[in-house]
Design a protein around this ligand. Structure first.
Ligand SMILES: [Zn+2]
Length: 137
């Protein structure tokens, strides 16, 4: 069996989806918190586990470049929460070192919204900090 035919059998996660209203809320919260960061958790519809349709907003976001807005001990154990979302008060949607640390510790999918918080200024990442596809439905 060739390397390539083996590789086909690797099970991959279905592409994540996010509802339009959920994405709009993320962009809206990012804008209204600027120049502070906004942070929240991504929750899926319990009936369709690959569709993110709810944001759980975390209280007490802080300003600054550290991105240390998520206190791991504050994060709830909820099997419908699949990851995190936060905003960057800059045009870069690249994860910081602190972001990568968080991604590796909690959740499967993460969104970073960058300035100007428009339709095309956000990005989704997996737990490794690698950019992944996410469709808006
Ligand atoms: Zn960040």
């Amino acid at each position: 069996m060739s390397f390539f035919s083996k590789k086909k059998n690797v099970k991959t996660q279905e592409p994540w989806k996010i509802t339009r209203s959920c994405l709009d809320l993320i962009l809206e919260c990012s804008k209204s918190n600027y120049p502070n960061e906004f942070g929240g958790l991504l929750r899926v519809n319990p009936n369709s586990k690959d569709v993110i349709n709810e944001i759980v907003i975390l209280p007490g976001t802080v300003a600054g470049e550290s991105h240390a807005i998520f206190q791991l001990h504050m994060l709830p154990i909820d099997f419908n929460i699949v990851g995190t979302v936060h905003s960057h008060p800059s045009p870069s949607s690249c994860p910081s070192d602190a972001d990568l640390h968080l991604f590796g510790k909690y959740g499967k999918v993460h969104i970073i919204a960058a300035m100007p918080y428009a339709e095309d200024s956000w990005k989704a990442y997996n737990y490794n900090g690698e950019g992944i596809e996410m469709s808006v439905i």
